[in-house]
Design a protein around this ligand. Sequence first.
Ligand SMILES: [Mn+2]
Length: 302
Amino acid sequence: MPLLPDRPIRMIGAACGRGAPDPGCAEGPQTLRAAGIVERLERLHSHVSWGGMLDCGAAGLTALEAVAELCPRLAEKTFSAVIAGELPLVLTGDHSCAVGTWSGIARAVRPKGSLGLLWVDAHLDSHTPQTSHSGAIHGMPLAALLGHGELSLTQCGGPGAKLLPQDVCIVGVRSFEAEEVRFLSELGVRVFYMEEIARRGLGPVLGDALELVQADTAAFGVSLDLDAIDPVDAPGVGTPAAYGIRADALTQALRGVGKLSRLAGLEISEYNPVRDPDGRTRKLVMSLIDELFAAEALDAAA
Ligand SMILES: [Mn+2]
């Protein structure tokens, strides 16, 4: 696959935890930045910039209002980065921010075609307010991007669905509700459950997933909810779910993906430093950055 080793990377933070019952993920982006994630990437890549940290701290807003206020600002940031020929790498708080990240990127890609999205997650994130058991917005972003749910989310960055079901797949799933399964199967979204990963191995599954999101699309993105990873390796996430993808397998499978020329954006979500007292999850995120943009991956693929 063609590689673009020198495309500038613009890192963007979205410090929002309002979309989850536990607001700890709001601290995630700033904790990663303070720990040197920008400098870490600069060691591997010659053009890295910091595009700013957005918050959703406005007092007096409901959770939905706060997320709906943040997402268009985030969408504007990711849109501008793609239009400028840069790769947005977004550190989000809870996963509700994904509505902003991908609405902006889809809008920037649209003149050339549709956007594929690989959603790596323990959950399906495909509730609407009508089906949600908890009401938590971080359980709804994928449905919103597919054009279903709260109008204030589906209209982020303009009306209409941002993603087509056939361009999306979800990998790592093991915690979900029947309503989400029904919704996604009616739409025809491919879901790779943990059972399939256990049977076939992560490498082949991720290979299929990357093929699917690039099949009929102009570009693709990867949204990584860190809770996809087994809590043994990544305890510091918003909503841990046992029996996940092992960290070694994931870092290996994602090696060099950050350098693929058709990659339009990357998102790392749901880091919760409050649940990460020994820094295990933070160190894992740093290793993931190393692997995503590994210099040697370029030679191996050439
Ligand atoms: Mn998620």
